[in-house]
Write a protein that binds this ligand. Sequence first.
Ligand code: 5AD
Ligand code: SF4
Length: 464
Amino acid sequence: MTETRANTKKLFIKTYGCQMNVYDSDRMMDALAPHGYETTLDMATADLVLLNTCHIREKASEKVFSELGRLKELQSERRALGGDMMIGVAGCVAQAEGEEIARRAPVVDMVFGPQAYHKLPEMVSRTESTRHLHQALRKPIVDTDFPEEDKFAHLPAARKEVTIKRGLTAFLTVQEGCDKFCSFCVVPYTRGAEVSRPVSQILAEARGLVEAGVKEITLLGQNVNAYHGDDEGRVVGLGELAHRLAEIHGLERLRYTTSHPRDMDDALIAAHRDLDILMPYLHLPVQSGSDSILKAMNRRHTAAEYLKVIETIKTARPDMALSGDFIVGFPGETDQDFEDTLKIIADVGYASAYSFKYSTRPGTPGANLGDQVDEAVKNERLWRLQDLVNAQTTAFHASCVGKTIPVLVERPGRMPGQVGGRSPYLQAVHLDGGAELIGAIHQVEIVGTSTNSLVGRLKVSVAA
Ligand code: 5AD
Ligand code: SF4
């Protein structure tokens, strides 16, 4: 592989699933950039196409195989014109079904899991060097090992030019993998055991982002508040990490996702009380409101314990708003269990929530449970749950009307003479104003709501 940019090659990454995958896709771009790869938005003209897949819910692998079918056609078209296209599958489907993908889709050149991203340049280089061979003679590279060594040690640093393109907000992975083993979830198998990045690495990356103009950072991890990173021989939790990040001059907002209720420790809750930079909006999934389902899910907490955590957080930070994840139709879920879930939603009052029908994930303990819930029942429960959550979201938006809130203005609005940004609660806010407002936090009075967003008016302080 050449180290020069003389012969630029085009890279297209299609990202499925969570923000962690978005972050990983950016890192893959960063890793390949020094080797002459520039990203393109046009898949058909790419020299290398990577599918960064997600395995968390249903039909993940079918989606990948149908996309590979389409890619095979694009590849044939390119070859007919004398060009070529290399194809790789990354992410959690690759981790879970690596050999199967290589066997069923010979069009694929590389299949590799999230633990192998730092080896991407080498894999691409090996693939490039065998392109001249007939497909039957080429063997796809499959890398789904869980290395002993720390994958974060090899993570390519975010490049400034990429960061600028990303704008005012950025993700930063601080932790990966999970040791909780909820019985429905593939993450402990696809992402592996929990690993935290050292504090110094995170601070360096955060400083680089802020220097490049980023004002808001979202710390990512599958179980982010289990963070326990090394700080020169001492173990530091997420609360202390937030304090360290808050010292970075120019960083104005900090968020983190996704958290487990059991890991909301005192230091993290106190950080919400003490740090203005930590946004008062927390994604804290409970999954179900029924104690027997929570037990079967191996969540290791009860509904009452979850509510207690929320009460403590709200005492520390009274303006805290919550979002959550819910699964309906977990094996054995009765009508009463589902009513308990509606009850916990009513008790908490969410600003927003994601909800899913349970789907069996091969290899998880949940896959061996009998007493599956009928699909029609799952559908009906999902609709009822989503109706309730939608009503709560609408009520939350309405409760903002009349208040003045800080809005990070990020971009031109949909209409000329308008700009758009985000509230502390991640709501989209539109207001009248010029491009000079972009890039800073402004006080905005909320004067109305429209579907999924707020309408604001810039608050101009009048000198006395
Ligand atoms: N079925 C349905 N939803 C699931 N989730 C994770 N695994 C499953 C599954 N097998 C949901 C959970 C989790 C979110 C990221 O995806 O609600 O919090
Ligand atoms: Fe999956 Fe989250 Fe449970 Fe970990 S805590 S097993 S990532 S649902």
